[in-house]
Design a protein around this ligand. Structure first.
Ligand code: ADP
Length: 459
């Protein structure tokens, strides 16, 4: 049954049950202890009263003399004087006291049935002339008669216990209701998100709530929703940007095809159109390759094929690939790197990163300028690494743009003559970080831009 109850009901149930058991235990201990004390008390006062009565009886000249002080009844204790055959001489017997209880000297006994129990205590006066005379003391052994305090306690218990149970139920219900409210809010929010697919919804637990575990969970949940929302937003932005980037070259290709078809009889125009189509196709192909690469990187689907590679040689090969481009702007590309700087890297991926950095340096470098590539070994925190830098003396990047150049599709000047994709640097950064390295940039607009890559030797 407990399995089908809500946590709230289970907590309240358990809490009330424990409370009931605990209170009942305390009351039982109290009643037992009180009962025991009352019994001891009853027996002690029976002995005292009987012995007092004994002191008030004397035998003189063959006659039994009972003092005036002799008390036949006091405080639930009855005293009688009786002959050995049981015939009562004087005194009072309590109602319901059994009639045939034999005398027994100086021993407390419990007699009677369970409804009317009594303690009885006998003392003997023996005299040659008058024979055996007994003094009998009797007192109820039933505690409800003897000790009304215990009775009241039992009554009190009967009244207090239901009140305690009600209070604990009400308190438990209030506390758990308040404590579990954020859980209900979490549930409601998740349902709303699920139904409406609206990721902007938040649990938003009231700040006045105590900062308990559930509230912390609700806040963490909200933060997680914030992150998921932002990541969805980024994803959407990425798809929008990607489609936009692809739409332009496709539109150009379409227009050029129409132009070529219209001018199919004019070889010069047709060739010019094909030239433009070729360039746009190359651009699209580069963009698609970068997009695919980033998508695979996001899915962690790129496996690095590492091997020991001389990074100086790789830098020289990368620079050589871009010589024709540098030539167009009359830019001198020089590599200053000692040979034999071996690092454990994926040569294809790292070449892509270096080519990208040199390509940017040429793209955003000034005409007749220079691009300097350096590589050197360094010991950072006693772990050997290689520092590779690409510096140009081109347009530079302003301070406010520096943090954004790593964002996908970000271009400082999208309308500028150099039409890049804005995906190069995010890819470079991913490649470097996938090798356990770091990339930093330093720039002064109009003067220089320097990218530094630090790679651990055994990455
Ligand atoms: P793109 O394809 O536009 O070059 P990147 O991600 O490689 O994309 O670079 C992002 C932006 O950073 C570029 O559009 C450019 O504005 C700026 N940038 C990158 N490298 C340099 C550089 N060496 N000098 C000046 N600006 C640069």
């Amino acid at each position: 049954m407990l399995k089908h109850m809500s946590i709230k009901t289970r907590v309240i149930f358990w809490y009330t049950f424990t409370m009931f058991m605990f209170t009942a235990l305390i009351f039982t201990i109290l009643i037992f202890a009180g009962r025991r004390a009352a019994q001891d008390d009853a027996q002690a006062s029976l002995i005292i009263s009987t012995d007092m009565a004994l002191n008030n009886v004397t035998v003189s000249e063959g006659r039994l003399i009972v003092d005036d002080d002799f008390i036949y009844y006091m405080d639930h204790t009855w005293i009688i004087l009786a002959k050995d055959d049981g015939v009562m001489i004087s005194g009072l017997t309590p109602e319901d006291f059994p009639s045939d209880i034999p005398f027994e000297e100086d021993r407390i006994r419990q007699v009677g049935d369970h409804l009317h129990p009594f303690y009885v205590y006998d003392r003997l006066i023996e005299n040659q002339k008058i024979g055996k005379i007994w003094i009998r003391g009797m007192t109820p052994a039933s505690l409800s008669v003897r000790d009304p305090a215990i009775n009241s306690m039992i009554h009190l218990f009967m009244i207090v216990l239901p009140i305690l149970i009600l209070l604990s139920l009400a308190g438990g219900w209030l506390i758990t209701r308040r404590a579990f409210l954020p859980l209900k809010q979490i549930n409601d929010t998740v349902m709303l998100i699920q139904e409406g697919k609206d990721l902007s919804r938040r649990i938003g637990v009231d700040e006045s709530y105590p900062r308990d575990e559930i509230q912390i969970t609700a806040n963490v949940f909200d933060q997680m929703l914030d992150r998921i929302g932002a990541s969805f937003e980024r994803e959407k932005q990425f798809t929008d940007d990607a489609s936009h980037e692809l739409r332009t070259p496709v539109a150009v290709i379409q227009a050029q095809c129409e132009y070529a078809l219209e001018n199919s009889d004019k070889p010069k125009e047709t060739a010019a159109a094909i030239q433009v189509i070729h360039e746009q196709a190359k651009k699209m192909s580069a963009l698609i390759e970068q997009l695919l690469m980033l998508a695979r990187a996001d899915r962690a689907a790129v496996i690095l094929k590492k091997e020991p590679v001389d990074i100086s040689l790789l830098a020289e090969e990368s620079a050589a690939l871009l010589t024709p481009k540098a030539y167009e702007k009359n830019i001198t590309v020089s590599v200053h790197a000692p040979e034999g700087l071996y690092t454990q890297i994926d040569p294809n991926l790292m070449e892509k990163a270096i080519v990208n950095l040199i390509d940017n340096a040429i793209k955003y470098g000034k005409k007749n300028g220079s691009v300097i590539i350096t590589a050197e070994k360094q010991d950072l925190n006693s772990s050997p690494s290689v520092l590779l830098s690409v510096t140009d003396d081109g347009i530079g990047i302003t301070e406010e743009n520096l943090p954004h150049i790593w964002d996908r599709f970000y271009r400082v000047d999208p309308t500028g003559e150099e039409k890049g994709t804005g995906l190069g640097l995010p890819l470079v950064r991913w490649i470097v970080e996938a090798h356990g390295g770091q990339i930093t940039v330093d720039s002064e607009p109009g003067r220089f831009t320097k990218f530094c890559v630090i790679l651990p030797v055994n990455c």
